[in-house]
Design a protein around this ligand. Structure first.
Ligand code: AMP
Length: 390
């Protein structure tokens, strides 16, 4: 059984919480703080329990020295402090005397956020390869460990798996909430429909294999659809195609012919851009210069007819290039439809959740998961390394 915060003794303890503060930053401003907000419940629970709280998180990827400034976590300490209405002491170190002294001087209910855990990746990827010395050092800073970073559960890093193996550990409220919603997809109320979009077929092979036998309908849109359409023999022009996975798509189409639904029309352009010679074409009419960037209106209607009679929906990946206003039409339209019809919908993956935020529907959907890869791997039926030692 995975332990939750209520299963371990944290009262008056020095608690290390692995958070997910991997927020989008533009021009030195956090443009979406929902990830910070998602960790507040666990932090507040530790405050109520009179803990000394040491927060850790990654931010972005650190490959070279120039990434350090870009992914400095200090900006998060400032925002977190505003949200909690109390001081959050930022320590610009991931290990060393300064960090140790600050922790030694902590009083109950003090909060420290240490620098980005991935600063340790600059010198031999110590965080991302779960370096044993680093894990031991970090574990030595606290008494108990709470993992509340759902989006990195599929990774075996020092700041999650490494520390969890060495201290009494549990998951936090965010991870508990995520898991309970994803569990609902294991015994969904039927009809159960999965919508898959986005562009990378390769990332979704495991999920398709695991979910296809359980679903009633599998609706395919986005760039992914073109690999399936190509496997059916259609001309897809210059649309994105994953040549390595055409055979896989053919196999799925044959095995689950009554469940898989592909678009019948496509919003096309002649260049990968928001503007140009835009039109909607039936899938039989695409020419060699067309680039399919969204699904068309007839496809949206077919999808809606299926979704309307569904009782549970899981959706990963946008149906078009939602970053371009002219090609987010189908994604937005179907998101609004699901919200209006109040159909139980669980969204998983960064891009579809970003579409939801863009459409300002985040308060209206049944559930939006904070995980991308972690959500997909959980639904593939894999044991996530971040849960293994808890
Ligand atoms: P993924 O990481 O596989 O879920 O892909 C997400 C990305 O797929 C988003 O950035 C979308 O812009 C992109 N996408 C969606 N539809 C298309 C399309 N028709 N052609 C190219 N990219 C697409």
């Amino acid at each position: 059984m995975i332990k939750t915060v209520k299963d371990i003794n944290i009262k008056d303890k020095k608690v290390i919480i692995r958070c997910d503060f991997n927020v989008p930053i533009e021009n030195n401003k956090i443009i979406d703080d929902s990830r910070i907000k998602a960790n507040l419940k666990t932090i507040n629970y530790c405050l109520k329990n009179n803990c000394k709280i040491i927060l850790m998180s990654h931010l972005g990827r650190i490959k070279e020295k120039s990434d350090l400034k870009k992914y400095d976590l200090k900006i998060v300490a400032t925002r977190l402090s505003e949200l909690l209405k109390r001081k959050v002491k930022f320590v610009n170190e991931t290990r060393g005397k300064l960090l140790e002294n600050e922790i030694n001087n902590m009083k109950n209910k003090d909060i420290i956020l240490m620098q980005n855990t991935r600063y340790e990746d600059l010198d031999g990827k110590k965080e991302s390869t779960n370096n044993a010395d680093l894990a031991r050092y970090w574990a030595g800073l606290g008494d108990v460990f709470i993992n509340d970073a759902f989006a990195t559960l599929h990774r075996s890093h020092a700041s999650n798996v490494g520390i969890a193996a060495l201290l009494p550990s549990s998951i936090g409220f965010l991870v508990e909430n995520e898991l309970s919603h994803l569990e609902e997809l294991k015994t969904p109320e039927k009809p159960f429909t999965v919508i898959l979009g986005g562009k990378k077929v390769a990332d979704k092979i495991g999920v398709i294999r695991n979910l296809a036998p359980k679903v009633d309908y599998l609706l395919i849109g986005g760039g992914m659809a073109f690999t399936f359409l190509k496997a059916e023999g259609y001309e897809v022009g210059k649309s994105i195609v994953d040549l390595d996975n055409i055979e896989f798509c053919r196999e799925i189409l044959q095995k689950y012919s009554s469940k898989v639904v592909l678009p019948v029309d496509i919003r096309v352009n002649q260049e990968f851009s928001n503007d140009g010679n835009l039109c909607i074409k039936d899938i039989t009419e695409l020419s060699e210069n067309d680039i399919g960037l969204d699904i068309g209106d007839k496809s949206v209607t077919i999808f809606k007819n299926i979704l309307e009679k569904s009782k549970t929906i899981f959706w990963n990946g946008p149906l078009g290039v939602y970053e371009f206003d002219n090609f987010k039409v189908a994604t937005d339209d179907i998101l609004k439809f699901l919200v209006d019809k109040k159909i139980k919908t669980i969204l998983g993956g960064g891009d579809i959740v970003a579409s939801l935020h863009q459409a300002k529907l985040e308060n209206d959907i049944y559930y939006a998961s904070t995980g991308g890869g972690a959500t997909l791997e959980y639904l593939e039926g894999k044991i996530l390394p971040g849960l293994d030692k808890i």
